[in-house]
Design a protein around this ligand. Structure first.
Ligand code: HEC
Length: 239
């Protein structure tokens, strides 16, 4: 494909493509604010296997700097594992001891506090406006169910994202980024991937449109399609 054609497609896209109404174009803001959090502030009876989610109006930078997220039970520090979900613009916080063998849950009937400090940085340089604090109390046990994250293979990404969104319309055979077949697309997209770390993968940053990767979504993908790419990357970007 000639450079001129690519340029024309991009230009025509900028007037002809409609982005999903629920994903407004983000203007780069110098500060970052908390949008939603789960469990809710003051919640009681929270399952002991809860994953704490804190959502923002921008994309947290990965990896999250040490000490930006703290969890305490009374005077005691509870070590946490913090993951960035670029698709949901949120942090997923789990007690580090979930990863112990055998995994250990939060203590039942205990008050916990999660604090996110202004040290938290967003992609593009914004920092958290003010300290965010969330308090909740656990119930008597886990909710159960499977906490395992999905681990889709590339076949699904090919079918539901690359083929479905017609990426090859611009990235055809012979172009620098060949997305015209499943095999070629796998090789090409692995190059902009950090296997096991979707938040640091250029591919996902480009597709959601973080400020460092253009600032607008690269192709109009649905949240389900973006989540599929995220889960493929997080689970190791396997064939
Ligand atoms: C409207 C045309 C167009 C569509 C559709 C399109 N792209 Fe792109 N894409 C471009 C242009 C232009 C560039 C920048 C030049 C380049 O690197 O080829 C680019 C760059 C990229 C890059 C960065 C390449 C690099 O390493 O720098 C990736 C990855 C990418 N596109 C993936 C995709 C995926 C996946 C899809 C489908 C979901 C897609 N693109 C759909 C036009 C398009």
């Amino acid at each position: 494909m000639s450079a001129r054609f690519v340029l024309l497609s991009v230009l025509s896209c900028s007037v002809g493509c409609s982005w999903p109404a629920d994903r407004p174009l983000d203007l780069q803001s110098p500060t970052l604010s908390v949008g939603t959090a789960a469990p809710a502030e003051g919640a009681a009876g929270v399952p002991t296997d809860v994953v704490i989610e804190v959502g923002f109006d921008g994309w947290p930078e990965a990896p999250v700097v040490g000490g930006a997220v703290r969890m305490t039970a009374g005077p005691q520090d509870v070590p946490v594992h913090v993951a960035v979900d670029l698709v949901g613009k949120r942090l997923r916080v789990t007690p580090a001891r979930y990863r112990e063998q055998p995994p250990r849950l939060l203590d039942p009937d205990t008050g916990y506090t999660v604090a996110v400090a202004p040290a938290l940085r967003a992609i593009g340089g914004a920092t958290l406006k003010q300290l965010f604090v969330l308090k909740f109390r656990t119930g008597l046990g886990p909710a159960g169910g499977s906490s395992a994250r999905p681990a889709p293979g590339f076949a699904l990404v090919w079918r539901d994202v690359v083929a479905e969104a017609a990426c090859a319309g611009c990235h055809g055979a012979g172009s620098p980024l060949d997305l015209s077949s499943e095999g070629a697309a796998y090789t090409a997209l692995r190059k902009s991937s950090v296997p096991g770390d979707s938040a640091r993968s250029l591919l996902l940053r480009l597709l959601v449109g973080t400020p460092d990767a253009g600032g607008t979504p690269h192709a109009p993908l649905s949240d389900a399609q973006l989540a599929l790419v995220r889960d493929w990357l997080d689970s190791g970007a396997t064939p």
